[in-house]
Design a protein around this ligand. Structure first.
Ligand SMILES: C[S@@+](CC[C@H](N)C(=O)[O-])C[C@H]1O[C@@H](n2cnc3c(N)ncnc32)[C@H](O)[C@@H]1O
Length: 207
């Protein structure tokens, strides 16, 4: 069978009892099942690879005027974000536990996104793994199709060579100086900084 090349490898990882409870009990309330259309009458922001969701939560809190959808494949991260979202009583955040490329293709209407957030995508540094990078020509076209005209893609990376790769991939897009929201710092970013990695935020507008 022809298996697609994915941008992630699903590690089992440890799911804590609290995360498992969230996956069982909160996902039916705050999750969107794969395949269901994502609709909103507010500006709609999709985050790809929300990880543990610290950034997602802060941004959703700071922007009650918008609706946020976090897409992540990693169960413990989804469980953790579900828990925090409930504790904080967030009304404008939903989660999808699935491959973001398929979510974009199947669940998001064309021209419907105000912004896409892609914070610290796995850089897949080895050359033979570059094909696993999320940013590929087909992904760039998919974003062009799903973002509104004027919508912005905000990417952050601590991997300079991936930053260059991304700039080349979006060379045909208008560069913007800011995104939909200020990006708060995550633990992941702090680790990058500690290792001396420069952090880059890149903004591209679908003009
Ligand atoms: C390096 S982590 C960064 C997490 C988070 N954005 C942060 O800044 O802390 C990348 C995340 O993207 C997720 N991911 C990678 N490819 C994905 C895809 N195609 N769909 C959904 N999530 C994906 C991984 O599971 C992982 O949690």
């Amino acid at each position: 069978m022809n298996r697609p090349i994915r941008s992630f490898v699903l590690r089992q990882g440890r799911t804590t009892p609290a995360q498992q409870r969230a996956l069982d009990e909160l996902a039916p309330r705050y999750g969107i099942p794969f395949g269901e259309p994502i609709v909103s009458d507010k500006p709609l922001v999709l985050e790809i690879g929300s990880g543990m969701g610290e950034t997602t939560l802060e941004i959703a809190k700071a922007h009650p005027e918008a609706d946020f959808v976090a897409v992540e494949v990693h169960g413990p991260g989804v469980g953790s974000l579900l828990n925090r979202s409930e504790t904080d009583g967030l009304k404008n955040l939903r989660l999808v536990r699935h491959d973001a490329v398929e979510v974009l293709e199947r669940m998001v209407a064309d021209g419907s996104l105000a912004a896409v957030h892609l914070f610290f995508p796995d850089p897949w540094p080895k050359k033979r793994h570059h094909k696993r990078r999320l940013v590929q020509p087909a992904f760039v076209s998919l974003l062009r199709q799903k973002l509104k005209v004027g919508g912005v893609l905000h990417v952050a990376t601590d991997w300079p060579e991936y930053a260059t790769w991304i700039e080349e991939a979006f060379a045909g897009w208008e560069k913007a100086s800011r995104g939909f929201a200020e990006r708060p710092t995550t633990k992941f970013e702090a680790r990058g900084r500690k290792l001396g990695h420069p952090i880059r935020d890149l903004y591209f507008r679908n003009s």
